[in-house]
Design a protein around this ligand. Structure first.
Ligand SMILES: C[S@@+](CC[C@H](N)C(=O)[O-])C[C@H]1O[C@@H](n2cnc3c(N)ncnc32)[C@H](O)[C@@H]1O
Length: 260
């Protein structure tokens, strides 16, 4: 864990409930995380979905979308389904409705969610958000986990990842390397949480990504609001008292430019 994550509230309870409802209420609604889901969803709808449709047409098959540290699948809903705040509010706020999907997928795509929370993955699969799931603890991977992850990443066309503050040094680098080994068109969509992911680590990952992928775009937004004690730790050091910040980077695999 980077030093910028010291004093961060432990939210494990929200990640391990049977359904997404507590996660939605506490993190997405009360802490405003849902705003950045809508920013990402709208950006994707306008600028990325046309690219994904073209790739699927060229490949004559649905694209493989992998969401790492996916929890209940809110980012997959934003990017693959075009979910806005109102769509989450309609279903994710109630145990009765949370298995209903109110929008279809926006392009031909198969979804895979990877996380260490068994309950979150069970929910995402049952709700139909994820076609497939893998329970992996990225900080404690067995040889078999490594083989499974490498295989998936090489076949993935769209890789979404954030929450890197939770990951030990060297893990993000390995994921970037395995994803870069794929030979089909591919987009790396990576969300940096400032400063939680670690100020120096973020810069190092960005430099690494720029050596292995083509930069496409970046989009700024805001991450969740901070608990008071978190602000007291981060404020004096970084000037961040109320909210962490979120920076999305979109990069493409170095394959034939005609396929972008
Ligand atoms: C804030 S949620 C992220 C959900 C979604 N991507 C988002 O940002 O809104 C963080 C997720 O990381 C998962 N997680 C934390 N440490 C992990 C690890 N070492 N291996 C796998 N998953 C982990 C948690 O179980 C949780 O589901």
């Amino acid at each position: 864990m980077p030093k910028e994550s010291e004093g961060v509230q432990d939210l494990t309870k929200l990640y391990t409930s049977d359904t997404c409802v507590k996660y939605y209420e506490e993190l997405m609604q009360k802490s405003l995380l849902v705003e950045r889901c809508e920013i990402g969803g709208k950006y994707c709808e306008k600028y990325l979905v046309p690219i994904f449709k073209k790739w699927a047409e060229q490949l004559k098959k649905p694209l493989n979308f992998a969401d790492l540290l996916c929890c209940y699948g809110n980012d997959t809903l934003a990017y693959a389904y075009g979910y806005y705040q109102k769509d989450f509010a309609e279903t994710w706020s109630s145990d009765d409705l949370c298995y209903n999907l109110v929008k279809p997928r926006q392009f031909p795509v198969k979804t895979l969610g990877i996380d260490r929370s068994e309950n979150a993955l069970k929910f995402a699969k049952k709700a139909g958000i994820m076609d497939e799931t893998e329970k992996i603890d990225f900080n404690n991977m067995t040889d078999s986990d490594k083989t499974i992850l490498q295989q998936h990443l090489k076949c993935t066309n769209i890789l979404y990842m954030n929450s890197m503050a939770a990951l030990d040094d060297g893990i993000v680098e390995q994921i970037i390397e395995w994803f870069s080994q794929g030979t089909e068109p591919g987009m790396l969509m990576i969300g940096f949480i400032y400063p939680h992911d670690g100020v120096e680590r973020m810069n190092m990952w960005k430099q690494l990504m720029l050596t292995k992928f083509d930069f496409l775009a970046s989009v700024p937004s805001a991450n969740r609001t901070l608990y008071e004690h978190e602000g007291q730790v981060l404020g004096p050091k970084h000037g961040i008292w109320d909210r962490t910040y979120y920076e999305m980077w979109y990069l493409t695999r170095k394959v034939d430019l005609g396929q972008k």
